[in-house]
Design a protein around this ligand. Structure first.
Ligand code: FE2
Ligand code: FE2
Length: 329
């Protein structure tokens, strides 16, 4: 540091950016190395000729919140966790459509630059394409063992078109959030639950392994995008991030409605109007926890975001999140 202090301002800036570049290069290189080491195959490593055990739960209670519905039977609890687990896999397949496209787009900045960074982003995109295929396989395997009538409401390309119309800063912020909560869900809720379908659990074990590198790359790319913005552009990008979270909530509202209707149609018994309302609101609450609130509480996400925005921008984001959880919504 003393050596840098002795340099002229211009030299010091150049030195610091070279040091930052070398540091980033090392992190891209690490992501490539780990990606190569843990690379898995859908059939050989994950599915291994297995089918879902529909006598077991899919989504753990820590994520599904179903232990808070006192009036449902154990079989209904299990069925609802399978519905939520099916939606969980489909949501990942959905977001991976825009994540893969965005990463491919920003890889352009590295085409004639750091070839290790380029390789890291190409591998990232390749992995998201593989994950989408795995989640499509899961959807058809879930459909084999569950009654007809389940519907996944959002269309991946429609959602991706809306998301990719927003600023890169906002899309990378949402992406880092998603890829961090993917890991947090596995560590805190999926891994410790011994009662889940072994195949469903393995899918998210293998997914988690590759997502760890993605979150590192998201952070590097988000910071790179952030460094290019003027204060006014960043302020606009904060609005975009808020709009994206609102769009996610719109998707969750429609899917919670659809999943509650599917359950009630297949449950084979009647519920009171109040119980029906509780099932619907518990699903929406669980989905908001899974896809919005668990992510924005992540310490790493808060640290990176906090290093980019002003306190007033942080307040705007906080207020927008508060309105999602309010009774009016
Ligand atoms: Fe993924
Ligand atoms: Fe990912």
């Amino acid at each position: 540091m003393e050596a840098v202090a002795d340099l002229t301002t211009e030299e010091a800036v150049a030195e610091r950016s070279t040091a930052a570049g070398a540091n980033a290069h090392g992190r891209y290189a690490k992501a490539v190395e780990v990606s190569k080491r843990i690379r898995w195959d859908i059939d050989r490593d994950v599915i291994r000729g297995r089918r879902f055990d529909f006598g077991k739960k899919f989504l753990p209670d820590g994520l599904s919140k179903l232990d808070e519905l006192a009036f449902i039977t154990p079989a209904e609890h299990r069925f609802l966790s399978q519905i939520q687990g099916r939606t969980y896999a489909n949501i990942f397949g959905l977001v991976e459509r825009f994540i893969g496209a965005k990463v491919l787009e920003i890889s352009r900045d590295h085409w004639l630059g750091d070839q290790t960074a380029l390789e890291a982003l190409v591998r990232f995109t390749d992995e998201e394409l593989k994950h989408q295929e795995m989640f499509r396989r899961l959807e058809s395997m879930a459909a084999e063992g569950m009654p007809a009538g389940y519907r996944f409401m959002p269309q991946p390309n429609d959602v991706a078109s809306v998301v990719l119309g927003k600023s890169t800063w906002a899309v990378l912020g949402l992406t880092l959030d998603i890829e961090l909560f993917t890991q947090a869900h596995y560590r805190a809720s999926i891994d410790p639950d011994p009662e889940l379908s072994p195949l469903w659990k393995d899918v998210f074990l293998f997914h988690w392994k590759e997502e760890s590198q993605h979150a590192i790359l998201d952070e590097l790319e988000w910071k790179r995008a952030n460094a290019r913005l003027t204060a006014a552009e960043r302020d606009e990008a904060v609005n975009d991030l808020i709009a994206l979270v609102a769009a996610v909530d719109g998707i969750l509202q429609s899917q919670a409605q659809s999943d509650a209707e599917y359950f009630l149609l297949q449950a084979g018994r009647s519920f009171t109007a109040q119980q029906k309302g509780s099932i619907h609101s518990k699903l929406l609450e669980a989905y908001r926890w899974q896809y919005i609130f668990s992510g924005v509480q992540d310490a790493r996400f808060l640290e990176v975001l906090g290093g980019m925005i002003t306190p007033a921008q942080g307040e705007r984001i906080h207020a927008a999140l508060g309105s999602i959880g309010s009774p009016a919504n």
